[in-house]
Design a protein around this ligand. Structure first.
Ligand code: 5GP
Length: 213
């Protein structure tokens, strides 16, 4: 198809949600289903959790390495969350945009807003709500990755974050995974279709109007 060979401008999609809302499963599936969408793999100073892999879930670095990356301006944004540092490496993001691909970010509220401020036209902000705080707490306990104190901290922080829902372009409810996934995928597809992102339209129309019929 002609339109697929012509240039598009990629977008930066930030998906933000409280812990335990299923954000990771939703974002991983969206990336698996779309070859033109790259997941930004953050660097972090926190320890890997069981089942997490270097380079797939995060780039696990120590504090000195992280600080050296800050000094090298290697992050598009970085933030301190629950006592650990997290940052989005700049180069893979810029490379993907140059290829006309899009980038998905599984980051926190402050990181999403920072990227949005740097590239408002290219940004799409999505927030995922839990069906209830009780359900969120149940999921956090079920995954048994955090202490009681950390779970309490995560829930308190989530309440502050949920209050920011009006700053997002889209707000989804993850009550049913398949429904939430379908909503997320539709948002991605519609955003990709926006006229301003489809750089192929102008030259295509020019050629179209030259046709002698
Ligand atoms: P976790 O330790 O549960 O993997 O992540 C804690 C929080 O940090 C989550 O809200 C996660 O989305 C966020 N986070 C992960 N990577 C980044 C990043 O590169 N930048 C920012 N600002 N937040 C991040």
């Amino acid at each position: 198809m002609l339109s697929e060979k012509l240039p598009t401008r990629g977008l930066l999609m930030m998906v933000v949600a409280p812990s335990g809302v299923g954000k990771t499963s939703l974002t991983r599936r969206l990336v698996a289903d779309h070859s033109d969408l790259l997941l930004s793999i953050s660097a972090t100073t926190r320890d890997p959790r069981p089942g997490e892999h270097e380079g797939r879930d995060y780039h696990f670095v120590d504090r000195a390495e992280f600080d050296a990356m800050i000094d090298d301006n290697a992050f598009l944004e970085w933030a301190e969350v629950y006592g650990n540092r997290y940052g989005s490496p700049r180069k893979p993001i810029m490379d993907a945009l140059e290829r006309g691909e899009s980038v998905l970010f599984d980051i926190d509220y402050q990181g999403a807003m920072s990227i949005h401020d740097q590239a408002p036209e290219d940004s799409v902000l999505v927030y995922i709500l839990p069906p209830s705080l009780a359900e969120m707490s149940r999921r956090l306990h079920a995954r048994s990755q955090d202490s009681e104190a950390v779970i309490a901290q995560r829930i308190a922080r989530s309440k502050d974050e949920v209050e920011q829902w009006k700053t997002f372009d889209y707000v989804l409810l993850n009550e049913d995974f398949d429904k939430a996934y379908s909503d997320l995928a539709h948002i991605y597809h519609a955003e990709r279709m926006k006229r301003a992102r489809n750089l192929w339209i102008a030259p295509f129309v020019d050629e179209l109007l030259k046709e002698d019929v």
